[in-house]
Design a protein around this ligand. Structure first.
Ligand SMILES: Nc1nc2c(ncn2[C@@H]2O[C@H](COP(=O)(O)OP(=O)(O)OP(=O)(O)O)[C@@H](O)[C@H]2O)c(=O)[nH]1
Ligand SMILES: [Mg+2]
Length: 222
């Protein structure tokens, strides 16, 4: 398991000139306003208020790049978690909605090979029209999307199983493909960190370094 060593807000952007300009992987969080994107970031990095959260939807209006430093064994690597402004909040004017869409699609088209998309859904509700539209548009454009059912602490155990199954059905996901998450109980945090580990450090390396540390131990014991 990786350890998060440091996190900071590296950059806030509305236009390409303001994007970060390096080749670190980007874990990109998409989802309805109020789905819990900013709370998830704070939970993952163990910092209460780094990403601003609010019960009034529409808190995140910029593309925020959080630079994170993680450690696995002796290895230290950096990556970004990108907090995108949520879609579908209240009754925003059409012009604002359009500029939001333009901002997001411009961002997603930039260095797509560096981006790993996670769509957050509130586990209490059926995926909304916009959740489904967003998923469809991105899938058609060739993006792979991962899914997270957030706010899992807000439902009973039965509801959690039922609603997670519904979300999996909606997006054609296998059982282990949906991450059930809560920023409050921290359920799903390790599962998400395992994904991030694979993205940032690679899977094969993990096995190799596990093996080499076993070999090292064995040598030390002799
Ligand atoms: N109980 C519970 N509440 C949560 C959880 N995640 C987020 N919330 C609450 O839901 C509200 C919205 O959370 P945010 O993290 O600000 O949501 P967001 O997706 O960043 O919203 P926008 O910035 O508007 O797009 C806040 O009041 C949070 O405290 C969770 O896992 N459990
Ligand atoms: Mg937010």
């Amino acid at each position: 398991m990786i350890k998060i060593r440091k996190a900071s807000l590296a950059q806030s952007a509305v236009k390409p000139a303001q994007y970060v300009n390096d080749d670190l992987p980007q874990i990109v969080l998409l989802g309805r306003s109020n789905a819990g994107k900013s709370s998830l970031i704070n939970c993952v990095i163990n910092r209460k208020g780094l990403a601003r959260t609010s019960s009034s939807p529409g808190k995140t209006r910029l593309i925020n790049f959080y630079l994170i430093e993680a450690q696995r064994n002796e290895e230290i690597k950096s990556f970004y978690i990108v907090d995108l402004p949520g879609y579908g909040y209240a009754k925003v004017a059409k012009t604002e909605r359009d500029s939001w869409l333009a901002m997001i699609s411009r961002f997603l088209k930039d260095k797509p090979e560096q981006k790993f998309l996670y769509q957050l859904l509130d586990i209490r509700h059926d995926p909304s029209f916009e959740d489904r539209e967003m998923n469809k548009a991105l899938t058609e454009a060739g993006y792979g999307i991962n899914h997270i059912a957030a706010k899992a602490d807000k439902v009973s155990k039965n509801e959690k199983a039922r609603n997670a199954a519904k979300i999996r059905g909606e997006f054609c996901l296998e059982k282990d493909e949906l991450i059930v998450f809560s920023a409050v109980s921290r359920e799903g945090r390790e599962r998400l960190l395992a994904d991030i580990e694979e993205i940032v450090f690679g899977l094969l390396d993990a096995k190799v370094s596990e093996m080499s540390s076993e070999v090292e131990e064995a040598v030390n014991e002799e």
